[in-house]
Design a protein around this ligand. Structure first.
Ligand SMILES: [Zn+2]
Length: 456
């Protein structure tokens, strides 16, 4: 591992103290000022953290009640006012909110003006069920600051170059400028054949990049390719997100890149929920970003050592508040004794909502969960989907249609998938009234019935 160069350190200082704060001011994100605040808040004692979290909770409830008819109606129906919800334990007096409740009310009854320009984000998350939320610059800066904090836990310092696997390669001018400033290099998570993986390894070498981040499955295949070529250069940080970080993914990535994998858990609805701190398998909930409840299927608190449905309350109202939102992931609360790292943020033992397989095309491209998620998310005529591979040359996609779905949607979907990495795959589409759940009650949206030839 090479030491941080003097130039890198200087550049990091410039970014952290001058360039990014100016960007915050211009774009209204407040990302860096919040990051600086979180950097000290993570060491606060429990009482102070709880006090601040409860203050944020009350503010979100007041805002939602005042500005958002959906939540005002829910509270009125439960005969509650914002003043009745003082701490997380009071939240159970409100009903759990599902995507199916929010969707018909969107946007009119579930959004609010923030004084900033808003934009729509499409996400299907771990459930493979399409969903639109509204976001603004402040919200983006708010959750990105927690993401930057998690990257710092993993060993990264602002100013150091990194390689990321990503979905949006067409980047607008502002993003290109930001990528340059942050020294961020992107490779597509849609092209994971050997030639593209080799190009990514060359980029790591050529630019002397020591930080590698991206979707778990994409880094897993990069690790397998690297080790098959005898390529090994230790990284200073490895950070994963998106699909499940299976134990064999973690092992392969750590063996090849000689560094602990730090997994993060965020949702496309505009919230970073938790991240690993490097002590055991421990995750810390971003206590000042989210209140996490773990409920069984009957809606009662799950035992601490048992998986529960994650119910999230975002501690930032933004244009579309999320209060007791059932995201569709499953997690285990686990032990809450103090973490050896010393941070006061609540702990989370595991997240296990994202069980997916990988589709392999005849030419050797690997289509990970985010490939399907990322592309199908933009088809709002599709309610939910499930991809099944039984033969090497084809896949079958089950689609639950929504109003507006037509043969043209089907054609466009096939074209989009083929253009972006599934060129040599025959794609059959079948409409179904619903997607069956697995025996464990989960929705698996990518299933490979050909075994997992490259899993080791
Ligand atoms: Zn910790």
């Amino acid at each position: 591992m090479q030491p941080i160069s003097f130039a890198e350190r200087g550049w990091g200082w410039m970014l952290d103290n001058a360039l990014l704060p100016v960007g915050d001011f211009v774009f209204g994100q407040r990302m860096i000022s919040r990051l600086h605040w979180l950097q000290s808040a993570q060491w606060w004692d429990e009482a102070r953290l709880k006090e601040e979290r409860d203050r944020l909770l009350r503010s979100v409830l007041e805002t939602a009640y005042r500005d958002v008819p959906f939540y005002r109606d829910l509270m009125n129906a439960a005969r509650l006012t914002p003043a009745d919800i003082r701490t997380p334990s009071d939240l159970s007096r409100l009903p759990v909110v599902t995507k199916d409740m929010l969707r018909p009310a969107y946007p009119r009854l579930v959004t609010r003006p923030t004084g900033q320009q808003t934009y729509e984000v499409h996400t299907s998350g771990s459930t493979g069920k399409n969903f639109a939320v509204l976001e603004d610059a402040r919200t983006r800066g708010w959750y990105l600051s927690s993401f930057l904090l998690a990257l710092q836990w993993a060993g990264w310092t602002i100013g150091e170059a990194q390689l990321q696997t990503g979905m949006t390669l067409q980047r607008n001018l502002i993003r290109v400028l930001k990528d340059r400033l942050m020294r961020c290099h992107y490779v597509s998570a849609f092209d994971l054949d050997d030639a593209h993986l080799d190009a990514a390894l060359e980029l790591l070498d050529h630019k002397n990049i020591q930080h590698l981040w991206g979707y778990s499955a994409s880094l897993y295949y990069l690790a397998l390719r690297a080790s098959s070529k005898g390529w090994n250069r230790p990284m200073r940080s490895i950070v994963t997100w998106g699909d499940n970080l299976y134990p064999h993914y973690r092992r392969a990535i750590q063996n090849t890149f000689g560094s602990t994998v730090f997994d993060t858990y965020g949702i496309g609805e505009g919230l970073q929920v938790s991240a690993q701190c490097g002590h055991g398998g421990n995750y810390h909930v971003h206590t000042l970003d989210a209140i996490v409840e773990y409920l069984d299927d009957a809606g009662n608190p799950a035992p601490d050592d048992q998986p529960g449905n994650l119910i999230l309350t975002r501690l930032h109202a933004g244009p579309m508040p999320l209060i007791r939102y059932r995201v569709g992931d499953v997690g285990i609360r686990g032990d809450q004794s103090p973490c050896p790292c010393g941070r006061g943020f609540e702990r989370m033992q595991a997240i296990s909502g994202r069980d997916t397989d990988v589709v392999v095309t005849p030419s050797g491209n690997r289509l990970i969960a985010e490939f399907f998620n990322g592309l199908i998310d933009d088809f709002l005529e599709i309610d939910s989907f499930q991809v099944i591979q039984e033969r090497a040359e084809s896949i079958l996609i089950y689609i639950v249609p929504r109003p507006g779905y037509s043969p043209q949607t089907r054609r466009q979907l096939v074209e989009t998938l083929q253009r972006n990495g599934a060129a040599d795959l025959r794609i059959e589409i079948e409409s179904v009234p619903r997607i069956p759940l697995t025996a464990g009650g989960k929705r698996r949206y990518v299933i490979n019935r050909m075994g997992r030839p490259s899993a080791s």
